[in-house]
Design a protein around this ligand. Structure first.
Ligand SMILES: [Zn+2]
Length: 190
């Protein structure tokens, strides 16, 4: 972030805090007025760091492996682009390898690279699926995201405990029912 843009962001948070004081009648301490803009900008830089993260290297070509790769319950936190409130949950990645197998940490980093942006759950799901398919040169990738949205839980309709599930397929055999059956047959039981 350039210094000018960062200064603008700090001032924008200070403006929000002044609105809380003047319009909503909040009583803010000096510490909040002085230091909260810094803390908010630092937290947002971390939560939105995915834009700057370079993508992983795709797998090198290897003899084709037939067994599906399954990673359940990769935790993530993202910010919804409508309210800038977090949605938090888990990502399951399953794929039929094509030309090689991707390192497990590379999968986790790919999830984080897409989660740390302003997101919608549907787009997060398909971006991860497309990203993993490209990196793994996979025949088929299925990504399932389960998340609870703060913007649903604490504001608006205020429904806590609602888990939103989204799923996306990607890969060169994404439209093949037999590849999907193969993925499901090879999945270890839960
Ligand atoms: Zn939202």
């Amino acid at each position: 972030m350039s210094e000018v843009a960062r200064q603008d962001a700090l001032e924008a948070v200070a403006t929000l805090l002044a609105w809380v004081e003047n319009e909503l009648g909040g009583e803010l301490s000096d510490d909040v007025r002085r230091r909260t803009p810094e803390r908010v900008v630092a937290a947002l830089s971390e939560l939105l760091g995915g834009y700057q993260t370079p993508p992983e290297e795709p797998v090198r070509y290897q003899p084709e492996q037939r067994t599906p790769v399954v990673l359940d319950e990769i935790g993530f936190a993202a910010l919804c682009e409508h309210h800038l409130l977090p949605f938090v949950g888990t990502v399951a990645v399953e794929y039929l390898p094509g030309a090689g197998v991707l390192g497990l940490s590379a999968i986790v980093r790919e999830v984080e690279r897409h989660a740390h942006r302003l997101q919608l759950q549907e787009r997060l799901t398909s971006d991860i699926a497309t990203g993993i398919a490209r990196l793994a040169r996979a025949r088929l990738v299925r990504v399932t995201v389960r998340a609870e949205h703060s913007c649903l839980a604490i504001r608006g309709v205020r429904r806590e405990g609602v888990i939103v599930t989204t799923q996306a397929l990607a890969g060169r055999e994404a439209a093949s029912p037999s590849a999907l059956a193969e993925l499901e047959r090879g999945r270890p039981p839960r």
